[in-house]
Design a binder for this molecule. Structure first.
Ligand SMILES: NC(=O)C[C@H](N)C(=O)O
Length: 495
């Protein structure tokens, strides 16, 4: 029993084990286990006390997950899918189809890899919370850092969702009333409407005790987005190139490649680079962020193991990859270079009272509104970890934090001038931190040297991943700052 594997095991044990019966430790199969097995053990020990005869059963000491596999996929997919989808066609118009697909595949794979790092680190630490990984890696400053980035990012994401509600809901109500203009009544005022939606839809959902309960609304939110996608595809075949006159009788994608447009608006470009291409990475990174939600969803997953959770993540990422690709492609093939980075996909150039446009707007509104509570959960958890670390669950705190957060986000949305600023800054800073930088530096620090030496392949890989995130962050930030300094007018006054 003095093999290196035993040493390895004992280390993992001292890291995170508390009550494991000796016969369980001594079982020869354990000594044969590779790190993954040890890590699964770490999880078992921290979350699952060993009961003789029920080794394979899942019993959590801190939390017994009850959410099914399918509901967890819905919740995670809903966390991924948000306002980010609306920027994708714009991103494609600035990269061309091929470059966009390459970048989309690249970011999706990296996003799944980052979840792998998070799950593996959580297995070693034994607590499935992003902030606790920070704590284990760097002590209280690490915890604070993770908590702050999650809070800032998710508040930004929530604001962007409510911003859509603020700008689109008045239009939907207006269309329902058959009016062509906003006549200024209170029920056509976006600011009042977001307060009403926040109070009557978002708050009750945010007060649920567990994220798992939101599985149904997440499923509904996703179906709304699927409807949105179908409409975007339908629109492509029903709208001619936006700036063209009738005599440009464009009927198929093939025609677009051969159309001799002097202005190039109706050419589908396969590869292109322009001054706005720099926004692509921040937009894609933002669109794939779901990392603050991964560990809470893992905590609530029934029969939770790292492998099962990774499968939940992979399925969600793959499904959203397909949705993103189709939305971007058909959005781009409908509007070409005319797409702006805001809500262009929701607009109609034909008739604002068009029934399809109305339904699309409504679908997106419902989808983003139902995403707000999912994104709120990790912020509340982060705040609880930072402000009341040792305190058990208490309804007053649970409700108090949710109300304050929704209040702050409402204020932000009423006073922050444009969604673009939110996208830009968040996409450029917190998104790369959450996807690339934090998971990899936490991983490097948390997985003990004895298990994976500093120069082992997984750690070098993680270090490269952190460096990549850092490069993305600096690159995107500098592009955005340059754009603000020089090109405010180019992008239409920040919109
Ligand atoms: N959950 C988030 O942070 C953002 C989400 N991925 C979106 O596209 O809006």
């Amino acid at each position: 029993f003095s093999s290196p594997k035993k040493k390895k095991y004992n280390l993992a044990r001292s890291e995170s084990y508390s009550a494991v019966s000796e016969d369980f430790i001594n079982s020869s199969t354990l000594y044969e286990a590779e790190f993954d097995g040890l890590e699964a053990m770490a999880e078992h020990d921290e979350f699952l006390p060993h009961k003789p005869g029920t080794k394979k059963q899942t019993h959590f000491t801190d939390f017994e997950g009850k959410t099914s596999f399918g509901m967890s996929v819905f919740n995670l997919s809903n966390a991924i899918m948000g306002s980010g989808i609306l920027g994708l066609a714009f991103a494609m118009s600035n990269t061309g189809i091929i470059l966009f697909i390459i970048l989309l595949v690249f970011i999706a794979i990296l996003s799944a890899y980052s979840i792998h790092l998070l799950l593996k680190s959580a297995g070693v630490v034994g607590i499935r919370a992003y902030e606790q990984l920070g704590n284990r890696a760097f002590g209280p400053p690490g915890k604070l850092l993770a908590g702050c980035i999650i809070t800032v990012h998710n508040i930004g994401a929530m604001s962007s969702y409510l911003f859509i509600v603020k700008s689109e809901l008045p239009l939907v109500i207006q269309a329902f009333l058959g009016r062509h203009e906003n006549t200024g009544e209170w029920f056509l005022n976006g600011n009042y409407l977001i307060i009403i939606v926040s109070a009557f839809v978002i708050l009750p959902l945010a007060l649920m005790k567990q994220l798992g309960y939101l599985g149904y609304t997440s499923g509904f939110s996703l179906s709304c987005m699927v409807f949105f996608l179908i409409s975007v595809i339908y629109k492509k075949f029903n709208i001619d190139c936006p700036l063209k006159d009738e005599h440009h009788n464009i009927t198929s994608i093939a025609d677009h490649y051969t159309t001799n447009d002097t202005d190039g608006f109706c050419d589908a470009k396969l590869f292109t680079i322009n001054s706005q291409t720099a926004y692509t990475i921040p937009i894609l990174a933002f669109a794939f962020v779901c990392h603050p939600e991964v560990l809470p969803i893992y905590t609530e997953l029934r029969d939770a193991t790292k492998k099962r959770m990774q499968t939940v993540a992979n399925i969600s990422i793959m499904a959203m990859f397909v949705m993103y690709l189709l939305t971007a492609l058909f959005g781009y093939l409908t509007f070409y270079g005319k797409i702006s980075r805001t809500n262009e996909l929701l607009e109609s150039r034909v008739d604002p009272l068009d029934v399809l446009v109305l339904c699309v707007r409504l679908a997106v509104l419902v989808a983003v509104t139902l995403t707000v509570p999912v994104v709120l959960f990790p912020i509340r958890r982060a705040l609880q970890q930072i402000l009341f670390p040792e305190k058990p669950f208490h309804w007053a705190r649970h409700i108090g934090i949710a109300v304050s957060l929704i209040f702050i986000v409402n204020l932000l949305v009423i006073f922050v001038p444009s969604i673009r600023d939110i996208f830009g800054i968040i996409g450029a800073t917190s998104a790369p931190s959450l996807i690339f930088i934090l998971p990899s530096i936490f991983y490097i620090r948390i997985v003990p040297e004895e298990q994976e030496p500093f120069r082992s392949r997984p750690k070098i890989q993680a270090a490269c991943f952190a460096a990549l995130g850092f490069i993305f962050m600096v690159m995107s930030l500098s592009f955005i700052i340059t754009d603000w300094a020089t090109g405010e007018s180019r992008s239409g006054g920040g919109h």
